[in-house]
Design a protein around this ligand. Structure first.
Ligand SMILES: [Ca+2]
Length: 231
């Protein structure tokens, strides 16, 4: 189940897997079909791996049908262009022009370590996304935010305007995709329409771990065991 809003549970603590303002490797060259030279499809690397693959090599990225070489860059979040009322970007990426969206789909990749899977089960994400997007962990989709169902292309539009009041919390992501050790995180951001004036991306990925009190400790411990076994 996924809901918008909410925050920390009472008597719980965050185990942060990916902090806000982390550094991301990004691709801001996916020109849509209505731009000269487009459309550009999702890139593959020199070994034919898709951009979601854990072993994807950004240095050998090419557009699969046109063979155009793609350069990825790196910078701290938020990454954006244009104006979002709540937040300033730290890294300027190529984005909408306000005349006709130059890049409709932005790709972001990163890695994070999970030291203890026992503290990585109740998985949430705080998103700063304009306008919509899809989150993948280890190549598996775990959250679709303001995006249509079905197959997504680099021309696909978000379904709503990005929320400009701050980060949006999404809860109940499938933590079963997490591994102990290195994990790959990837995000694609899509614009709402052919004409959009802004783009933004940042996130925080975390688990909410119940903090048992002295009296409730045994009960919570039993519940966690049940959750991990059957949840
Ligand atoms: Ca936008």
């Amino acid at each position: 189940m996924m809901v918008i809003g909410g925050g920390d549970l009472y008597g719980a603590r965050r185990v942060v897997h990916v902090e806000r303002e982390s550094s991301w490797v990004y691709l801001d060259m996916l020109t849509p079909s209505w731009q000269v030279g487009g459309p550009f499809d999702y890139p593959v690397d020199g070994a034919g791996r898709g951009w979601l693959d854990a072993d994807y090599d950004v240095l050998s990225s090419v557009e699969p049908t046109k063979g155009v070489k793609f350069d990825w860059y790196e910078g701290p979040g938020p990454l954006g262009n244009g104006s979002i009322s709540c937040c300033l970007y730290q890294t300027e990426i190529q984005g909408p022009t306000g005349i006709a969206t130059l890049v409709n789909t932005h790709l972001f990749r990163g890695e994070f370590d999970v030291g203890d899977l026992g503290e990585a089960f109740n998985l949430n994400v705080d998103l700063l996304v304009d306008d919509g997007g899809i989150l993948y962990i280890n190549g598996v989709e775990v959250d679709r935010y303001q995006m249509p169902e079905g197959v997504i292309t680099t021309d696909t539009f978000a379904t709503r305007h990005g929320y400009e009041g701050g980060y949006v919390t999404r809860v109940g992501l499938d933590a079963g995709v997490l591994r102990e050790g290195v994990n790959t995180i990837a995000y694609e951001v899509h614009q709402l329409a052919r004409v959009s004036e802004d783009v933004m991306f940042d996130l925080e990925l975390y688990s909410v771990v119940p903090e048992p009190g002295v009296l409730g400790g045994m009960l919570v411990g039993v519940m966690i065991g049940f959750w991990r076994r059957w949840g």
